[in-house]
Design a protein around this ligand. Structure first.
Ligand code: DQA
Length: 144
C-alpha cells in the first residue's frame, strides 16, 4: 500500500472561516475527511497534517524522506518565499519519491506576489485552483 503524507502550511487550519470567497466554505475537518476518504478508496495510506510553523513542516518533510513516503504539499504562504522549505522539499524527488504541490486557489490568478512559487521548480507536479479537489486529484495521480 502506497504511503503518503499530506502536509499543509500556515493558516490552512482556518479553512471555512478564512476568506471563504477564495478558499471555499469547507472547513479543515471536511478537508481532512474528504482526503482520507479518497485515500482509502484508492488504497493509499495517508496522513493529513497542518502547521503554522516552518520548522515543523520541514521536519515532516525529513520524516517523509526517511520513511519513504510520497508527499502532497500545500505550502500555503511559504510557497512564495521559503527557500528553507524548498531545500528540504527537494530531497523528496531526489530520494525517488513524488512531491505534488497543491493549492486550493489558483495563485496565478491572484496578487502578483503569489505568482512566484519557490516549490514548483522541484515538485513532481502542481495542481491548483480546484478547492479540496486539488488534493483528491493529487492522490489519484499518486495511485496511478
Ligand atoms: C494557498 C495559496 C497561497 O498563496 C496562500 O498563501 C495560502 C493558500 C492555496 O491553497 O490556495 O495560504 O496555498
Amino acid at each position: 500500500m502506497s504511503n503518503v503524507l499530506v502536509l499543509n502550511g500556515p493558516n490552512l487550519g482556518r479553512l471555512g472561516s478564512r476568506e471563504p470567497e477564495i478558499y471555499g466554505s469547507a472547513d479543515w475537518k471536511t478537508l481532512v475527511d474528504r482526503v482520507l476518504a479518497e485515500a482509502s478508496a484508492l488504497g493509499i495510506q495517508a496522513e493529513v497534517r497542518q502547521t503554522n510553523d516552518e520548522a515543523e513542516l520541514i521536519g515532516w518533510i525529513y520524516e517523509a524522506v526517511d520513511q519513504h513516503k510520497d508527499v502532497v504539499l500545500n505550502p500555503a504562504a511559504f510557497t512564495h518565499y521559503s527557500y528553507a522549505l524548498r531545500d528540504a522539499a527537494v530531497q523528496v524527488p531526489k530520494a525517488g519519491l513524488r512531491l505534488i504541490e497543491v493549492h486550493l486557489s489558483n495563485p496565478h490568478s491572484r496578487e502578483e506576489f503569489r505568482h512566484t512559487s519557490v516549490i514548483s521548480g522541484i515538485a513532481t507536479g502542481v495542481i491548483a485552483g480546484f478547492g479540496v479537489d486539488s488534493y483528491l486529484l493529487a492522490l489519484r495521480q499518486l495511485a496511478r
